[in-house]
Write a protein of this length. Structure first.
Length: 328
């Protein structure tokens, strides 16, 4: 691996690209250090990893404190990643003329032997010291936001429908070239969205000269949560087992007794209908009362409300049987 200068205008995703590369390195089990405020609980939530935070504007002493990035292997693919952001404010040719300049430059020269791949994040490589730019940086990475580029030829037509339709999708394009100038060879290109990285680092970080802390290692939440003893685990199993058993018993009682409250009320059995052999020979109506003469010589006084109507006609009750008013 090598040293990279990550360049681009404001808001083109320079830091986001480096955070994305740091995430890939952490998932691969490599070390990561830098002066960027990373939030490990969001960057690698499902992996036990750590991040060495150095001051915003580090010195050679701060870089020595991070140790070796690849102490157990000679494979450069296993080198750690060192992120150095906003180099234009502390590694430019003017502010770099201090007493710590030689020691810091010496560390950068030996960064590979220290087991670190360094990502220099700056708006333009001309803003940093010439010795660092020309002697140490191997890959120049240019960042571009594609959603700021209009689609060629047809973009203006699509913008008539909606302004965003005339531009390319929301992607970040990073092009790595070997060397500088027009003849630099393209080594690699990366495309990424990085929406999930917005919560993984402080996008509003301000780099201060009087940073109050030295080099330290950030820990994930589970690193400082005490491990559970076997007694605690047994208590949790006991709690969950009896909680589930109680819920099952309550559910059984509910299904055994509660449905009875919603059951339909029992209906009385229908009275059997017995049809009489008598027939009606005459009727006389007095208001709402009827005088009905039967074939056996008897007569019944029937109120109008006592008649029952069905498919065969109207009938009334005579003794224990029913008589139909046929023809009347």
């Amino acid at each position: 691996m090598a040293n990279y200068s990550v360049e681009g205008k404001l808001g083109t995703g320079k830091t986001k690209f480096c955070v994305w590369m740091a995430q890939q390195a952490l998932y691969a089990g490599r070390k990561v250090a830098g002066n960027v405020d990373l939030k490990m609980e969001h960057l690698t939530p499902f992996r036990r990893s750590s991040y060495v935070r150095i001051p915003d504007k580090p010195t050679a002493f701060d870089l020595d404190a991070i140790g070796n990035g690849n102490p157990d292997s000679y494979e450069e693919d296993r080198n750690g990643i060192l992120l150095l952001d906003e180099l234009g404010t502390w590694l430019n040719s003017r502010s770099f003329q201090d007493k710590d300049r030689a020691a810091l430059l010496d560390w950068f020269i030996h960064a590979r032997k220290h087991g670190w791949d360094v990502y220099f994040i700056v708006q333009d490589a001309n803003m940093i010291d010439k010795q660092v730019r020309e002697a140490l940086i191997e890959y120049q990475c240019r960042c571009l936001r594609l959603d700021k580029v209009r689609i060629p030829y047809v973009g203006w037509m699509l913008s008539v429908i909606h302004d965003r339709l005339g531009y390319l999708p929301r992607l970040h394009l990073v092009t790595a070239r070997v060397g500088y100038g027009a003849g630099a060879v393209v080594a690699e290109r990366w495309y990424f969205k990085g929406y999930e990285l917005h919560s993984a680092y402080n996008t509003k970080q301000i780099f201060e000269t009087d940073y109050p802390h030295g080099t330290f290692s950030s820990l994930l939440p589970w690193d400082f949560v005490p491990s559970k003893t076997w007694v605690t685990k047994v208590k949790e199993i006991y709690k969950y087992a009896f909680t589930n058993a109680g819920a099952f018993a309550l559910g059984a009682v509910f299904w055994a007794f509660i449905p009875g409250f919603f059951a339909a009320a029992p209906q009385a059995a229908a009275e059997p209908v017995t049809i009489s052999t008598l027939s009606v020979i005459g009727t006389v109506r007095f208001g709402s009362d009827w005088l009905v003469s039967l074939s056996d010589g008897t007569s019944d006084k029937v109120h109008e409300s006592a008649f029952v109507k069905d498919a065969k006609g109207r009938r009334f009750k005579h003794g224990e049987s029913w008589v139909y008013l046929k023809g009347f």
